[in-house]
Design a protein around this ligand. Structure first.
Ligand code: FAD
Length: 305
């Protein structure tokens, strides 16, 4: 229900996937898409232009990448279910306060989205006011999204005169794609619902989604085998409500995130801090390379190359 697509321009992610020998496959779009420009006109079936930059998915789902990375570390090095509640400076390093116990380190690399770090982790002594203000105003890409999936026993959307690719300006479903697996023996549609529906219940959201899809495909949409959804605004490890309005990608990749804080002991990393493709998986990989460069060679100049 999170990150799914990447493209050839995401070169560092592509290299990482190749290095880890993770197979990928192109997103199936079909030749046509259902397009709904305005509520007063019926939807249309439009011909999609030839793709010059196709999107790819990771075989087995994006978590394949996480599992592959994790498998290169001893299990004892990964502490799941361990929430960092505070970071404080000590004489020789930093202390991370967690409900399960404290950790001590010479260097901490945070990969929380900067806004989440600012609003959920108590840092002492406080970070400089200009950095705090910047973090307050740094958007977490897709943090407010609502994503859903519907599983079916057959891909009825691939029949003539229809399509599993939908773009709607009317909503509540704004985008929809064929999300069948690589082997093409499990069939699903996956899409986004307008984030303004986050306060509804799951049942209410599903009812509205099915109503819209029924208009495109008919009653067959009700024969789904499973419905899954995630309203990301409810995930406190990704999203916290903004105190001031923040627009998409605001302050992503700001140059302040290329510095080291707390007397050289804290790096604020993660996708939203990367100058190139911030917010995307590519940004996360680029940021990780910057962190590695700093740890191995002690310089922060990687971004300038
Ligand atoms: C719905 C959705 C769809 C997306 N689609 C795409 C896509 O198609 N393509 C794409 O490239 N990108 C997509 N993205 C963006 C992609 O998910 C991010 O770029 C990527 O996950 C960023 O990686 P990261 O390691 O920087 O941060 P994250 O993946 O956010 O990792 C941060 C980690 O910190 C943990 N954490 C949070 N708070 C604490 C705490 N207090 N203590 C300890 N741990 C904590 C979190 O649980 C999380 O595991 C999507 C995001 C969403 C939400």
């Amino acid at each position: 229900m999170g990150a799914t697509w990447w493209g050839p321009k995401h070169t560092q992610l592509k290299t990482l996937l190749e290095t880890l020998d993770i197979p990928v496959f192109p997103q199936r779009l079909g030749q046509k898409a259902i397009y709904e420009p305005i509520s007063t006109s019926p939807f249309q079936l439009v011909t999609l232009p030839e793709e010059d930059q196709p999107s790819f998915r990771i075989r087995g789902g994006t978590s394949t990448l996480i599992r592959a990375l994790a498998s290169t570390l001893p299990e004892s090095e990964i502490h799941l279910g361990t929430r960092a509640a505070g970071i404080s400076e000590t004489e020789d390093g930093l202390r991370v306060g967690c409900p399960t116990g404290d950790y001590h380190a010479r260097l901490i690399v945070s990969t929380l989205p900067p806004y989440l770090l600012k609003s959920t982790v108590h840092i002492t002594p406080p970070l400089p006011p200009n950095l705090s203000e910047l973090m307050e105003q740094t958007h977490t890409w897709m943090g407010e999204s609502i994503k859903f999936g519907l599983v079916y026993d057959r891909p009825f959307w691939r029949e003539a005169h229809t399509s599993g690719t939908v773009f709607s300006n009317v909503g509540p479903v704004t985008e929809l794609y064929d999300h069948s697996n690589f082997e093409d023996n499990h069939y699903a549609l996956k899409g986004f619902m307008s984030s303004s529906f986050h306060s509804l219940s799951e049942t209410e959201r599903r009812t509205r989604i099915l109503r819209q899809l029924r208009a495109y495909f008919g009653d067959v949409v009700d024969s789904y085998l499973a419905y899954r959804e995630k309203a990301w605004a409810g995930d406190s490890f990704t999203y916290a409500p903004y105190r001031k309005p923040v627009f998409p990608h605001q302050n992503n990749g700001n140059t302040q995130y290329q510095k080291v804080w707390m007397n050289g002991k804290l790096l604020i990393a993660g996708s939203e801090t990367a100058p190139a493709y911030p917010g995307y998986m590519e940004g996360a990989v680029q940021s990780a390379k910057w962190v590695a460069e700093f740890i191995i060679r002690g310089n922060t100049a990687l971004w300038e190359q």
